[in-house]
Ligand binder design. Sequence first.
Ligand SMILES: [Zn+2]
Length: 236
Amino acid sequence: MSQCALCKIDSNLCDSHIVPEFVFKGLYDENHRFMGVTGTGNKGWKYLQKGIREKLLCQNCEQFINEKYEIPFQNEWLNKQTFPDKVSESYFAKYDYAVLKLFHLSVLFRASVSTLPTFRQVSLGKHQEIIRQLLLSRDPGKLDQYPIVAFAVLNNIKEVEKRLITMPLATKVDGHTVYAQVFCGVMWWISVSSHTNRFFQEAGLRESGAITFISIPWSEIGVMQEAKNALNRSHH
Ligand SMILES: [Zn+2]
């Protein structure tokens, strides 16, 4: 018996995924998996292996996260509105704000409570408890709480690179801690800060669910600043 990371009740814990398995869907041949995306410019990024698990959640919370956060995101992202294979400068879409936000917070929370070296960069500090409460109460939070910015990641043949899945990285953007992870063809940034991150609020996911994905070549996202510059260019 150990304490569940989400409900904090002592239980027999499940072998919980930190990043859900469905993001690995469609990764067919390991040898070709990163074709066209390796090379220069991706320093600091490490590929995430499939099937990483840790005893984190009780049966109830495991099911809760799956039903309330993973399946809705999957429906929204993979089934309802398929992300395009080609994106020129940018791609505008509308999703369910709560579904997108809570899914990402659920992955970030699991990465933070994980003791595995793969997720060592994610350490939410006092925000871990705030996010735990948001997840338990199914509250996506306000726009200025943990805003999300997203980029469509293009490979060297200018297609959205949906096979690329990375470990989360921590960085600083304008003095705010930002966690970045690539999966589903997108580099997702979540700002975790006690102060309002105006840039993220303006460039990121809106409460209406509207979001603009700015294209960025994989070879250029080694440095976060490059991505931010691309966003700036598109917004001015
Ligand atoms: Zn639990």
